[in-house]
Write a new protein. Structure first.
Length: 373
């Protein structure tokens, strides 16, 4: 990691008067930059919820084979991947749109539907980019209180007004890992004029009843529902930046109006196609996740550490010292974990579940910081 001091881009904007630059929208100066989980080449990285096994072997082989075609533009419509997803979900290709990561589809959605002054409902403790895309288009984020850090759908319903245009839900939620229950009943009470976006980035890790917890199955019944998935997590393709959205064909056709041309590169498309069918890799990933999760939860029980019943590939834990300070201690000891200060949880950390060896190292560091001192 480059440890040289970097000047934040917002500081550079403020350094020069606006008259010295092309006129930009005032909201730009108030937008925060995204801060990813920190990494250090010599440290174990458990800060970004990446698949500890690396990429799907089938996807990696396909990626290498695609290298000979780098001079050719990718398929703008990602048809082969959309057909593969259609078979996977028992839907039509017209129900899918592919993005440069699922964040790309959030941007498409915001640019298609949000006007200045529209309200967007977002849980108090969740992924920062929901608010970022809201503010980017001068809409107003409305933070909804959570109940013991879990989604409160009744409070969300109560917050709806005539100005509400969009609702973001994250299930399993980042950073707590908890699933949202009974989304169907919630959707039945949402006016069709409001777009509901459900982020399922970690759903493949969840031990769930698909009949009640996988919102993708509800798409045919709710034309105002958009469900987001990613290949960055269980499939191990974070570096390729590829994700997808599932919605009614009518909604997908609107999103296509805001999609950049050739937004998904060809190696990523080919790797994703193969990753979907790499069932052995998926099962191995799930098994390592189950084993590592049990180890961490047993540790939390042993030392009476508050944690949450995560359905993702990470655990959210309380720390007896400020999270930033806790993460600094771990970094010094050779491991990167995520402070949840930016999530409004200043005494919580998020730890990506790794191998049994990684989890034992994490426990040893924790004990050296908090138990043996």
């Amino acid at each position: 990691m480059n440890t040289s001091k970097k000047t934040p881009q917002n500081s550079l904007l403020n350094k020069y008067s606006q008259s010295m630059l092309p006129s930009y929208r005032p909201v730009i100066t108030s937008l925060p930059e995204y801060r990813p989980g920190r990494e250090h080449k010599k440290n174990i990285k458990l800060s970004s919820n990446e698949n500890i096994l690396g990429p799907s072997p089938k996807a990696f082989q396909s990626f290498k084979q695609a290298a000979s075609q780098l001079h050719i533009y990718p398929d703008n419509d990602c048809y082969q991947l959309r057909q593969k997803l259609a078979n996977h979900f028992n839907l039509s290709p017209e129900h899918f749109i592919i993005g440069n990561g699922s964040n790309d589809i959030m941007l498409m959605s915001a640019s298609a539907f949000l006007n200045a002054g529209d309200h967007v409902l977002i849980a108090k403790h969740t992924f920062s980019q929901y608010e970022f895309y809201t503010r980017l288009f001068a809409a107003v984020p409305q933070r909804i209180p959570m109940h013991n850090y879990a989604y409160d759908l009744d409070a969300t319903l109560d917050a709806i007004t005539s100005k509400t245009k969009m609702i973001f839900l994250c299930s399993p939620n980042n950073p707590t890992g908890m699933l949202i229950q009974n989304i169907r009943h919630f959707l039945e009470r949402i006016p069709p004029s409001i777009l509901v976006i459900v982020d399922h980035a970690y759903i493949e890790y969840a031990q769930l009843s698909f009949a009640t917890d996988d919102t993708s199955l509800l798409v045919p019944d709710f034309p105002h529902l958009l469900v987001l998935h990613t290949f960055s997590k269980i499939y191990g393709l974070a570096a390729l930046r590829i994700g997808y959205g599932i919605a009614s064909p009518q909604l997908i056709s609107i999103l296509y109006k805001t999609k950049a041309p050739f937004n998904v590169n060809m190696p990523a498309q080919q790797a994703a196609i193969q990753a979907l069918s790499d069932t052995a890799f998926i099962q191995q990933s799930l098994e390592i996740n189950r084993t590592g999760k049990k180890f961490l939860l047993d540790m939390c029980h042993q030392y009476d550490i508050e944690s949450f019943p995560s359905e993702g590939n990470f655990i959210c834990m309380h720390t007896p010292i400020p999270a930033d300070k806790c993460c600094a201690h771990f970094q010094t000891a050779g491991m990167m974990i995520r402070s949840l200060q930016s999530f409004g949880m200043p005494n919580y950390i998020r730890v990506t579940i790794g191998t049994e060896t990684h989890m034992r190292i994490f426990k040893n560091i924790w004990e050296n910081i908090f138990i043996h001192t």
